[in-house]
Design a protein around this ligand. Structure first.
Ligand SMILES: Cc1cc2nc3c(=O)[nH]c(=O)nc-3n(C[C@H](O)[C@H](O)[C@H](O)COP(=O)(O)OP(=O)(O)OC[C@H]3O[C@@H](n4cnc5c(N)ncnc54)[C@H](O)[C@@H]3O)c2cc1C
Length: 408
């Protein structure tokens, strides 16, 4: 499947995961839909998901993303990439079933790297066991948050009490409405007068801390995602100094460390959605007859199919190259590739899903097929974890830097 040779254990995980998808996950999709519809609550935790989690655990398909062998299989990014892609084919079920969903994966890495022993016991352990979930609150409604130095949520030190007082508003905190969400990592401003990248800090805040109010779940193209994207108000929320991650002024550095792996995981899952959309497109195009022949007999549809195959192969190769670089030279040295795939994968997957919708006719925009949901999700990926333009800006800056000497 790739130029990059996979280890024996990675190949074994792939075949086990494919078997899990076929025998458990795909058959669970209609059950999930009917349990969600019956509940009448968009943030309901359906029993089928807990059953899938149990199955995944039994099969050793748990915490597949975690790079530390103490907590998961300890796979490299390159080994994990095809697994995330496979899970991406059923994005509402498979990542959570295998305890590999965003933003928990990023938060678990932050707790592993920067959490105190207490954080590890209280939050990391249950996150790794899949008994609680978590949110990450950086974006704010009042400022352009694609530039993280803009965040305004005030984190004011109260020396006498030995804690910080948080005031401000966040939005789009994904997962905050999940029934099991117990904790969030919040980024705010501790010192507006120091160097621009040292002004921010990250703190661990329980969802039930006094002064935390979840105002509403924000819809995405009319969907209320099960995990929820919450607008949250912070009014005089007191956070003990021991819950500052890594230390005051380290928020920006943690954000950089956290977002690298998270971004590429999104891309891997996007490829899975593109693959499934192409499969659905081909099946539908061959089974529907219009104007006396299967829709797949039209030249433009064949071109779409060929282009989709070419595009998927290209983004998969760039994803694997990026994963390989992250493993071998580190996230910082791989930043151009991480930015490039974060732009390419959602855009290309979106194009393929859009064409699959077209081939499905009106059915394509309904919930009878997963395509409309894929489209909505992929469209948000052009914003979440940084809009396209911000990544393009970073790539262009690096490109221009190469020729700066010549210009002088
Ligand atoms: C479904 C979803 C889930 C999300 N989950 C989370 C989460 O869990 N936690 C969290 O903190 N945030 C989350 N976000 C928020 C996301 O990270 C932000 O929306 C993103 O960083 C952009 O910030 P903004 O919305 O404030 O846009 P702004 O910063 O206001 O930018 C608006 C637009 O300006 C343009 N722009 C900005 N800079 C440039 C530039 N340099 N050059 C050219 N154009 C530019 C871009 O087109 C950009 O889309 C989520 C968003 C969505 C849609």
């Amino acid at each position: 499947m790739s130029l990059f040779e996979m280890s024996e254990r990675a190949t074994k995980y792939q075949s086990d995961l494919l078997e899990f998808m076929d025998s458990c996950v795909y058959p669970a999709e209609p059950v999930y839909e009917s349990q969600m519809a019956e509940s009448g609550n968009p943030h309901f935790q359906p029993p089928i998901l807990e059953e899938l989690k149990e199955q995944a655990r039994k099969r050793g398909l748990w915490n597949l993303f975690h790079p530390h062998p103490e907590w998961g299989p300890g796979l490299t990014n390159l080994e994990y990439a095809p697994l995330a892609e496979i899970m991406g084919r059923s994005p509402h079920l498979a990542p959570e079933a295998c305890n590999c969903s965003a933003p928990d994966t990023g938060n678990m890495e932050v707790f592993t790297l920067f959490g105190s022993d207490e954080h590890k016991e209280k939050y990391l352990k249950p996150l790794l066991e899949g008994t609680i979930r978590s949110a990450f609150a950086m974006t704010e409604p009042q400022v352009a948050s694609s530039d993280a130095t803009n965040v305004q949520l005030a984190m004011v030190k109260d020396d006498a009490a030995g804690d910080y007082v948080l005031n401000g508003r966040k939005w789009f905190a994904s997962n905050a409405l999940h029934q099991n969400c117990k904790v969030m990592i919040v980024m705010g401003k501790t010192d507006p007068n120091t160097a621009i990248h040292r002004q921010q800090s990250m703190m661990v805040v329980p969802m039930d801390a006094p002064g935390v109010t979840v105002m509403r779940g924000l819809p995405v193209f009319g969907y209320q995602d099960r995990e929820g994207h919450a607008e949250i108000d912070f009014k005089d929320v007191r956070v003990p100094a021991k819950d500052v991650l890594k230390g005051e002024g380290e928020g920006f550095a943690i954000a950089q460390a956290r977002l690298g792996p998270g971004r590429i995981h999104h891309c891997m899952r996007a490829i899975g959605m593109a693959e499934r959309a192409l499969e659905l497109l081909c099946r539908r195009a061959q089974s529907r007859i219009a104007f006396g022949k299967p829709i797949s007999d039209n030249a433009n549809i064949r071109d779409w199919i060929a282009e989709a195959r070419i595009d998927i192969e290209m983004i998969r190769l760039l994803t694997l190259k990026t994963a390989y670089l992250m493993d071998t030279v580190g996230n910082k040295a791989a930043q151009v590739e991480i930015a490039a795939i974060k732009v390419a994968a959602p855009n290309i997957a979106l194009k393929i899903v859009d064409r699959a919708i077209q081939v499905h006719g009106a059915g394509g925009v309904t919930d009878d097929f997963p395509l409309a949901g894929f489209w909505a999700h992929l469209r948000t990926l052009r914003l979440a974890d940084g809009p396209d333009e911000v990544h393009q800006r970073a790539i262009a800056r690096q490109e221009l830097r190469k020729y700066r000497e010549d210009a002088r």
